[in-house]
Write a protein that binds this ligand. Structure first.
Ligand SMILES: *Cc1c(COP(=O)(O)O)cnc(C)c1O
Length: 391
């Protein structure tokens, strides 16, 4: 496969975002433009808003921003915290580190809990740190750390944070980047007591990049009114005042794609979609384990699998997969470059996963690792059974 021109279409994205588009999204993107101050577009906005509530599992409104996921993260920080506030950020990889970078840019006092790649903060450790620090106003979490494939136990953390709030008598806002769990893995904003949740269009929604989503609970909405941080485009008050009319020209085509893709996803059923993506990830994990690789994460996510590749050059493997098989996987980021292989099966059917498995076998053999797909084929097909919903 050549990596240019028309043949680009033949590439299959096994990256943890952007992912291959849903058919519904592609169809929506080809439609003629409509004006954003019109009744038909208002209907689309309302439909998207209702679907996003279902996807986040919340009764709170969800705001759609014309930005990538990081814009929504920045919106959370500038609307909820200000100088004089102190937030806690567990850092275990590139994406959790982004919370720290944003807070630093806005001069918000940040207490960092440093973790090894693949680790996730344990509820008890978080609570101990909060009790020691005393004056924490918010905890900024990354549900799935996409750079390592590590998933944190958000249900247990939500419960522990609610307990410590009661004990200390102060309100700690729990903000979660659930960009690689939204419509991918189990995520329940309201049930898990999350005050602020953030998503993006290019992962579980099977849409192009370009939209960020943010949903605020009651306490966060109160905080939003009192933040003294300067903001304009990302001032969420503007968006919340009238949810059927974006304050600025919205990303009309992306909004339509997201609404129509979510119709399909919610039609399949969120829990079935979670199971399907988990089963695709399990299939990729079986391949990596069979190759003798070690998983990076202790608690593994459904969105992405990350494996240490030992003495093999991960970048060389990625090049073979792309150039000879038309399959794109992700690189290790920062100092993990070349050391690990990251791949994602979000929205991938049996057929696509089998194609990946065959390409993986050929690639392993080319770099000199023994790997016989035939030996695990039955197990692979059993493991990925739930991904059949994507056929
Ligand atoms: C993909 C991803 C983001 C996305 O950031 P962009 O601004 O959309 O590039 C943020 N957080 C996590 C955990 C991600 O996986």
């Amino acid at each position: 496969v050549e990596l240019d021109g028309g043949s680009l279409e033949a590439l299959s994205l096994f990256t943890p975002g952007p992912v291959d588009l849903s058919f519904a999204a592609r169809r929506a993107l080809g439609r003629p433009m409509i004006h954003h101050r019109s009744e038909p577009f208002e209907m689309v906005m309302k439909n998207l808003g209702a679907s996003l509530k279902a996807a986040f599992m919340t009764t709170d409104s969800v705001v759609t921003l014309a930005s990538s996921g990081t814009g929504a993260m920045e919106a959370a920080v500038v609307n909820l915290f200000g100088p004089g506030d102190r937030v806690l950020v567990p850092v275990s990889g590139k994406f959790s580190h982004r919370w720290f970078d944003i807070c630093r840019a806005f001069e918000i006092d940040t207490c960092v809990m440093e973790l090894a790649p693949g680790d996730a903060p344990e509820p008890d450790d978080l609570i101990a740190l909060i009790e020691r620090e005393g004056d924490i106003d918010g905890v900024l979490l990354t549900h799935c750390e996409t750079s390592t494939g590590s998933l944190l136990d958000l249900e247990a953390i939500g419960r522990a944070l609610t307990d410590v709030e009661t004990r200390l008598g102060n309100r700690i806002l729990t903000c979660v980047d659930c960009i690689t769990t939204l419509c991918i893995d189990e995520f329940r904003k309201d049930e898990w007591a999350i005050d602020c949740a953030i998503g993006a269009s290019q992962k579980g929604l099977l849409c192009p990049p370009g939209l960020g989503f943010i949903s605020l609970g009651g306490e966060a909405l109160k905080r939003l009114r009192s933040s003294a941080v300067p903001r304009y485009y990302f001032d969420l008050r503007r968006y919340l005042d009238d949810l059927s009319q974006a304050p600025f020209t919205p990303a009309v085509s992306l909004v339509r794609a997201a609404a129509e893709s979510l119709d399909i996803i919610l039609g399949l059923g969120l829990e079935r979609v979670w199971r399907a993506n988990r089963s695709g990830a399990a299939a990729l994990r079986l391949l990596c384990e069979t190759a003798g690789f070690e998983p990076v994460a202790r608690r593994q996510a459904g969105a992405v699998v990350a494996f240490w590749v030992g003495d093999v050059d991960a970048d060389a493997m990625a090049d073979i997969l792309a150039q000879e098989h038309g399959i794109v996987v992700a690189h290790g980021q920062g100092e993990l470059r070349g050391k690990l292989l990251r791949a994602s099966a979000i929205g991938k059917s049996h057929r696509e996963i089998l194609r990946f498995a065959e390409a993986f076998e050929a690639t392993m053999n080319k770099v000199g690792l023994p790997f016989v797909l035939k030996d695990i084929r039955c197990e692979l097909e059993r493991i990925m059974e739930d991904s059949a919903i994507w056929e």
